[in-house]
Design a protein around this ligand. Sequence first.
Ligand code: NDP
Length: 470
Amino acid sequence: MYKIGLIGLGPMGNNLARNFASKNFSTLVYNRTYDKTADFINDFRPEFSQDTLEGAKTIEEFIEKLERPRKIVLLIKAGEPTDQVINQIAPLLEKGDIIIDMSNAWYKDTQRRSKDLEEKGLTFIGCGISGGEEGALRGPSLMPGCSDYAWDQTKPLFEAISAKDFSNGPCVTHIGIDGAGHYVKMVHNGIEYSIMQIIAESYEILRKIYGQKPEQIRAIFEKFNNGKLRSFLIEITEKVLAQKDEFQSEQHLIDFILDQAEQKGTGKLTSIDALDRGIAVPSITEAVNARIISSQKRLRENFAPIFSKNVTEITIDDEAIKELENSLHTTMIISYAQGLNLIKTAAQEENWQINISEILRIWQGGCIIRAELLKTLQSAYQGQDNPTHIFEIPTIQNILSTEISDLKTTVQKGLSADLYLPCYTSALNYFQGFTTEKLPANMIQGLRDFFGAHTYHRTDREGIFHTKWS
Ligand code: NDP
């Protein structure tokens, strides 16, 4: 009998099965197409015994050979395929058995599946997983959303296979019920979109304003990675810049990669959900827009010669590098501020009881946005009385007060050089908006009342007012 059942032998399932087996959890795998199972067993049989890692030919054999209550991890394509597999296995399962969906599922699907399976006496965990293929093998960050029963049953498994935080704790926590885990994973990806875009914009500034070559930019990112920006994404930026091309000898690969960014949709879903809840996440949304605009290359090529750009190079010095480092740091904090504010609002609306400090802890290892900054944010959160927004926390206020002037300078330099810097500018605008006591929204309200009798509130008396505008 096997402790864990895993369905889906794509890159993620393949690596997670080996992770489970390497922690001595006997693991049985199943894949719709048996050839993949056979290849998998063939490739990895030498590393493990048959009792630790085995493949099943049929779904019936798979279900029969699992210990009760069964724990079945799904790592298959999100959406319709997940429903198909659940419908296939649910009739074969028994009361108390647990299905753990680790796809990038839409959290509302997870809520629906949790409810449907609960009605059948089964238990469902919607578990966000981050860290890509490497994380799945060596230790991912895990974000399970489920009942207390399901968490008690699976906690030792999750803790054993997950990455470690800065204090060597497991990068997993019980996020909340039903869709909470998949929701937090979605927002994680939204923040990831924003941070990747800020890195790309920093590269653009170094390239076009300071005239730096890939090797020089690599050296600057190496320096960044030895300081407060230390993170997985900054580290791999350095590696991407270092990569030489395989076709054009001695040239850097980055110069031959087409400037059209693709996406799988989690950034878009974060933005749509944020708009639905009335929460501003402009840096995440601008990161999605930037990918959309980049993909419309034909239009960009047509318009570029008509509207010429005015880029004047500036000599780089230590002060300019520090300015960019602070801009990146403060913009990352502003991106987190937006994502965390969204999670907090969703948690209230969905009754999820999410502990933000715990989220900042479990993102410290394994996941794509793992970063030194998460330690700063987590310790800033500790001892706070559940702040509504991280701008309320004194440590964060100090960092923003110190670094925001550098962000302003970066944006000014970028705009003067006709650069497209959507994430830097939107982060600055977000900061300015949230730190301005009186905004021109009085004008919006006046206009709305003028053309639509939408009414307005006044500054000097209570009530709702409408004016017969002349
Ligand atoms: P894929 O998303 O490409 O999924 C491949 C697996 O899905 C295969 O085992 C395939 O079976 C199975 N599958 C597809 N359709 C069906 C179906 N209708 N019925 C049964 N099985 C089906 O592989 P990945 O390993 O990249 O991702 C797995 C999951 O992990 C996805 O949901 C993804 O969102 C999530 N994820 C991926 C990350 C990544 O970095 N790749 C990171 C975090 C989460 P078959 O071999 O028979 O075609």
